[in-house]
Design a protein around this ligand. Structure first.
Ligand code: NI
Length: 252
């Protein structure tokens, strides 16, 4: 029923209790779930999980922070993983100017190169965009040729409209349930229902009423409920639509 388009369950903090996390996913009817891997160890863990539970999708890509240290070997590793058919999506990739703006150019270079790799293998991409809207949108407009998810979308309605022109999917996370969520309600109301996705970004961004606790994919229910309220669509129909959107993201 529920879709979590972006979670980090192979991150150490969730992986240490992975059996419980997966049981909760099953019990709470999270039937679509994409594991985002930011390193080799996480990817190996995710592939093991997928072997046992084939309903998971697996994504891998070099995170903006990696632009400082990326090597040719790392690009080769990424391409090998794709060639072997190990991943369903390239991500999360993008630009993050929030913590450190001293290596923006390196971030852009790595972002463009990963988009080009995705293009070469016709692989969809999952985008991390933080404090970098203009550069990120410019690069996507110029280079991206495959399907796009804007993960944990927190931009303005104008930015969302630009993203929709690229036929992107807009994925909403826990912060839409926070009292101070300002732009999210307006975005959700304006977003065509066939472009909406839900996610947790767990272990981060826990939705209300569990805000402050560690996040898990099972809590995506609260994100979906908030979207259904804002769109005034009953929860079952919304979840069916989101699940359909998620499947179509992987169609090539
Ligand atoms: Ni993430």
């Amino acid at each position: 029923m529920f879709t979590d388009s972006h979670c980090h369950i192979t991150d150490d903090s969730l992986y240490e209790k992975i059996e419980e996390v997966i049981q909760n996913i099953i019990d709470k009817k999270v039937t679509s779930c994409m594991i985002m891997c930011t390193g080799k160890k996480e990817l190996e863990r995710a592939l093991e999980i997928k072997k046992e539970y084939p309903f998971f999708k697996v994504a891998f890509g070099w995170f903006p922070e990696d632009a400082k240290t990326i090597t040719e070997q790392d690009y080769i590793y990424l391409e090998d993983v794709i060639k072997q058919g190990k991943i369903d999506c390239l991500g999360e990739i993008g630009l993050d100017y929030y913590w450190d703006t001293s290596f923006n150019d390196l971030q852009k270079e790595m972002f463009i190169r990963q988009i080009q790799i995705a293009n070469a293998y016709n692989l969809p991409i999952s985008i991390h965009m933080r404090e970098s809207t203009k550069d990120c949108m410019d690069i996507l407009k110029q280079y991206a040729k495959t399907k796009i998810i804007f993960h944990c979308f927190s931009g303005s309605k104008e930015t969302m409209m630009e993203a929709l022109k690229m036929n992107a999917y807009i994925s909403f996370a826990g912060p839409i349930t926070f009292k101070n969520a300002r732009q999210a309600p307006e975005c959700i109301q304006a977003c065509p229902v066939d472009r909406i996705l839900s996610e947790t970004d767990s272990p981060y961004l826990t939705p209300v009423p569990y805000r402050g606790k560690q996040n898990q994919p099972m809590y995506v229910e609260y994100v979906a409920k908030k979207i259904s309220e804002l769109k005034n669509i009953d929860l079952d129909s919304l979840c069916a639509q989101i699940s359909k959107n998620y499947q179509s993201f992987f169609e090539r």
